[in-house]
Design a protein around this ligand. Structure first.
Ligand SMILES: [Cu+2]
Length: 691
């Protein structure tokens, strides 16, 4: 008897373990824990899913899927999925060792899954899972996305911004370093987890340093089961996406702050990470790298998704040989369909269109050229639209087209141009279709936003100005700047303030905000700021929760420079209610008066019945203005910035504070913290050293 009793504690332990296992199994019957680590175990994640409004199913009924399995046809009333992705951020190489003999003409080596060919030129890159662009995300609306970002880059921090997602449940997942989170240090893993709440063609990119321009960007599509334009296309295939980016011959950090001998410029264009470098001096085209291939079948209509992921200063113009495009969406917002012939986009914008495969079966050029500031460089890149059957012609063969592509001098056909940055808007039936001319295709016109008197109006005059070298290169001059060429050094400003980021994340460490002390704006500048000079401080504009906000973004440049700054607002979408070029006006006050319609000459205003389009990124005509309006219904600290890589880097941004800190959702208690460390040297806890 005594012998049996001595095993009693062991039996109790075995029973307890079995109970725990069974309870877990009953609670999460479908979870495949082996592939997702502690996705279900973290109380934070469970709370976030449960807190997501419009989610009708209990959390524990959602299955965890490998991310690729979330690419599917979306249906109404289906149980949302939890889509898990694991990404490794690395220093990597284009045309590197994984490409084997690709550069020597062995084409099959170019298609190794870890071979990044880019424009066929060897260079260092930053990759996600050894891909440029990074892995694609296709999910359905209200799926939960979980991305474990492992930072394998030595000496570099990282964050990922989910461009187009408002993060209203989880504002600390917006991915802006020192605004919504601490950057992820080298060797660490950060788990992004959020609701795919905004349907449409979105994208993701690093918001740290200049990593986006080195390869950290990718496609992120949230399909909706209730797309209002659904009848216009037969197929919405994952492979029909067009991610356009610019590319340089070397890591872009050489442009920070820049060189005297060469200005920042793109060297190539990539379409889905593929292109071919053209050496102007040698008159030589790199033909080892494959191009992107899109396959279609005659008689079908396809939804194409375009992401403008440029970093440099130039818009991209797209044209598909002998095919028109039917525009149906921009930045995730459906628009009334419009037939167009060429499509111009600036960094951060997305456009969806329907392509009808109605031409003679054959191969057609997809042409993308960099225009505006880049016209002088004559950069153009190509992909192939093919009607060929996969069984008769391989992708590998099509990716190396035998005919020479059209030259730069072979102009795009005339017709309707979307988003021509110099166009006059609100002119009926002309060939230039402004973004402002598009009409939202929502269930109803939001009169309470469109026609209301705004609660807050802001005029944002932005510019780059040339720094005084005597100050810049003195002990007063430790600010971010970029060398354009020789001794021409630029600093970016909005309302004459060059943004200085805080040394702690505002959203997740708000207890470190002491009143209005860390912030400045046009009327509250630090005492150190000199009149009529740029000021360097933490530029914040504040609105009350649910305010109707109107912003006039005004290019304050003295001359037209072919630069069309794209502005992106985090955490919200806005309507575009005006756009145009300014006449020659000398002072900022004159420009403000003009945009406020106190000068009535020359100006065209939105027609009264117009239903303006929703966007989250919009370009501003050179020496012109764009008016936007939105309801500030997402409490938090949201970055507003020019989407040109270098302009964000040199201060052309500000923070929009929506609501009071107490109205903002709080990050989980165990969220990573960071900041400066400046203890008192001779505090009581640290007595002076004995001499
Ligand atoms: Cu800019």
């Amino acid at each position: 008897m005594a012998g049996r009793c001595q095993y009693f504690p062991i039996w109790c332990l075995v029973l307890a373990v079995c109970c725990v296992f069974l309870v877990r199994h009953w609670t999460y019957p479908n979870a495949r824990l082996h592939c997702v680590g502690r996705v279900y175990e973290g109380p934070v994640l469970v709370r976030m899913v449960a807190g997501s409004h419009q989610r009708t199913e209990p959390v524990f009924q959602a299955k965890v899927y490998d991310g690729a399995e979330c690419d599917r046809v979306c249906t109404e009333n289906e149980v949302p999925r939890i889509c898990y992705f694991k990404w490794i951020a690395e220093h990597y190489a284009a045309m590197g060792s994984a490409c084997g003999d690709c550069r020597w003409g062995n084409r099959s080596h170019c298609f190794h899954p870890q071979c990044v060919t880019a424009d066929g030129m060897e260079r260092g890159v930053l990759s996600l899972n050894r891909q440029v662009p990074g892995p694609t995300i296709y999910v359905c609306k209200h799926d939960m996305i979980v991305v474990d970002l492992k930072n394998h880059m030595e000496g570099l921090e990282s964050t990922i911004h989910w461009h187009g997602i408002h993060q209203s449940d989880t504002p600390w997942m917006d991915g802006v370093p020192m605004i919504t989170q601490c950057p992820v240090p080298s060797s660490a893993t950060f788990r992004y987890a959020f609701n795919a709440s905004e349907a449409g063609t979105q994208f993701y990119h690093s918001h740290s340093g200049h990593q986006k321009a080195n390869g950290h960007y990718g496609l992120f599509v949230v399909r909706s089961p209730t797309d209002i334009n659904r009848d216009l296309y037969d197929l919405d295939l994952s492979e029909h996406h067009i991610i356009i980016s610019d590319w340089t011959l070397d890591l872009v950090e050489k442009f920070v702050p820049g060189l005297q001998s060469s200005t920042v410029q793109m060297d190539s264009i990539l379409i889905n990470g593929r292109g071919r470098h053209y050496d102007e001096e040698e008159k030589e085209l790199q033909i080892q790298a494959p191009l992107t291939v899109y396959r279609v079948k005659k008689g079908l209509r396809y939804r194409f998704r375009l992401i403008s992921s440029g970093s440099q200063f130039c818009p991209f113009q797209l044209q598909i040989e002998k095919h028109r495009m039917q525009l149906i969406s921009t930045d995730g917002g459906a628009v009334k369909p419009k037939m167009i012939d060429t499509l111009i986009s600036t960094s951060g914008e997305r456009y969806d269109f329907v392509l009808s495969a109605d031409q003679e079966p054959g191969n057609y050029w997809v042409r993308v050229r960099a225009i505006g500031f880049c016209n002088i460089d004559r950069r153009e890149e190509f992909a192939i639209l093919s009607y060929a059957d996969e069984r008769s012609v391989s992708n590998e063969e099509l990716a190396y087209p035998k005919p020479r592509p059209p030259t730069w001098d072979a102009r795009f056909p005339s017709g309707t141009v979307l988003n021509n940055p110099n166009a006059t808007c609100y002119v009926p039936d002309d060939d230039d279709l402004c973004v402002a001319d598009l009409e939202a295709y929502e269930s109803h016109r939001d009169d309470s936003l469109i026609d209301a008197a705004p609660d807050k109006q802001f005029r944002i005059l932005f510019n780059t100005f040339t720094a005084d070298p005597n100050i810049l290169f003195s002990d007063q001059g430790y600010v971010r700047y970029m060398t354009v060429v020789l001794t021409l050094n630029n600093i970016g400003v909005t309302n004459n303030i060059s943004m200085v980021f805080p040394d702690f994340p505002l959203l997740t460490q708000p207890e470190q905000i002491t009143g209005d002390t860390p912030f400045c704006n046009e009327t509250h500048k630090p005492a150190s700021c000199k009149p009529h000079r740029a000021c360097f401080c933490l530029h914040r504009l504040k609105v009350a929760l649910n305010d109707v906000v109107e912003m006039s973004l005004i290019d304050d440049a003295e001359v037209i420079r072919d630069l069309y700054h794209p502005f992106h607002l985090h955490g919200h979408r806005f309507i575009v209610t005006g756009m145009g070029q300014l006449p020659v006006l000398r002072t900022a006050d004159e420009k403000i008066d003009f945009v406020a319609r106190r000068v009535t000459r020359h100006i065209r205003t939105m027609p009264p019945s117009h239903n303006p389009p929703y966007k989250d990124t919009v370009s501003v005509p050179s020496r012109g203005y764009t008016k936007i309006r939105f309801r500030a219904d997402n409490p938090g600290f949201w970055l507003v910035h020019c989407h040109f890589e270098w302009h964000l880097g040199i201060g052309m941004s500000f923070v929009l504070q929506v609501g009071e800190v107490e109205q903002m959702k709080r990050a989980p208690d165990d969220f990573p913290r960071c900041g400066s460390y400046k203890p008192d040297v001779f505090s009581p806890a640290r007595p002076p050293p004995a001499l």
